[in-house]
Design a protein around this ligand. Structure first.
Ligand code: BV8
Ligand code: ZN
Length: 250
């Protein structure tokens, strides 16, 4: 078993002393659970599609069945994966810090499955479905026809995943809570994100401008790297448990 990474004592002390912590996560925290990130071409038949092209209202307009099936495939894949130590470390931190908020870009629900409760889903959830016309949530839906997604029982419109597509507004309550937490925190963790999708990528900047210590956890550099206080260069499933253990050895 390779040595657990060393965490700078000043960083461990800062996390232990923090009264308010905010966290932003991206697809990278689910990578060790076997969930492909956005930039890792989706496995198999979906490899030929750029996720950013499929996750748009235009794509759904153009080919609703293709987009429906893409999300159905992702939903099915999620049934076979489980949260990893990165998710559990964030859930444990929530229980250790007086004021805490997790803002996730992930639609996979793995944070909730690992015990996180103080969180907002900035980009919605793949587990929820709603009508693309009247926005009515659909608790259950029939199997899709060969050439179209299931239809809304209220208005007959096509059903769609309750996620935020590119060029769609984020849920206002989630965005407001995330921005408020970023501006109020003493310490901001940004884990497993390429920090290229807005407005989520602005959150670490809000925290920085408010004087918080900003820590990036990512095996690769990102556009944020040069502007954060601390970099934990490694997989979140290793670095986050080490960070939380260093701050809260008891
Ligand atoms: C909007 C849900 C108003 C669906 C998603 C300002 C400047 C430029 C562009 C814009 C701007 N403001 C708005 C835009 C447009 C756009 C945008 O940001 N475009 C980008 C591409 C430039 N933003 C929007 O459209 C937003 N809406 O602004 O509305 C508006 C309206 C009209 C016109 C203009 C504005 C909505 C954005 C939300 C879109 N929906 N997801 C779904 O999931 O299917 S975004 C989706 O992609 C994810 O949710 C996530 O946000 C993003 C992927 O990023 P990451 O999660 O970071 O994943 P990625 O694969 O990129 O990177 C993985 C990282 O993990 C890497 O760094 C890797 O090194 C690391 N990693 C890998 N393994 C590990 C690891 N890290 C740790 N441990 C490991 N083991
Ligand atoms: Zn409807």
């Amino acid at each position: 078993m390779s040595q657990p990474p060393t965490i700078a004592p000043s960083l461990a002390a800062a996390l232990r002393a923090a009264r308010r912590v905010a966290v932003l996560t991206g697809a990278g925290v689910s990578a060790e659970s076997g969930v492909p990130t956005f930039r890792d071409a989706h496995a198999g038949l979906w490899a030929k599609y750029d996720p950013r092209e499929l996750a748009t209202p235009e794509a759904f307009e153009r080919n609703p069945k293709l987009v429906w099936d893409w999300y159905a495939a992702r939903r099915a894949m999620l049934a076979d994966v489980a949260p990893n130590p990165a998710h559990f470390a964030i859930a444990a931190l929530e229980r250790r810090v007086p004021e805490f908020l997790l803002a996730t870009q992930n639609v996979d629900g793995l944070h909730q499955r690992s015990g996180s409760t103080k969180l907002v889903e900035l980009h919605g959830s793949i587990a929820r479905v709603k009508c693309s016309r009247c926005a009515a949530p659909a608790a259950r839906w029939d199997a899709p026809a060969a050439d179209e997604p299931p239809r809304c029982s209220a208005c007959g419109g096509f059903l769609r995943p309750d996620v935020v597509w590119f060029y769609e507004l984020l849920p206002a309550a989630a965005q407001d809570a995330a921005e408020k937490a970023a501006r109020r925190c003493d310490l901001f963790l940004v884990a497993g994100t390429s920090a290229e999708v807005y407005p989520a990528a602005e959150l670490p900047e809000h925290a920085q401008r408010a004087g918080a210590r900003v820590v990036e956890i990512n095996p690769q550099p990102t556009p944020l790297t040069g502007r954060v206080t601390d970099v934990l260069r490694g997989p979140a499933g290793v670095m986050l448990p080490a960070l939380v253990a260093a701050a809260f050895p008891d």
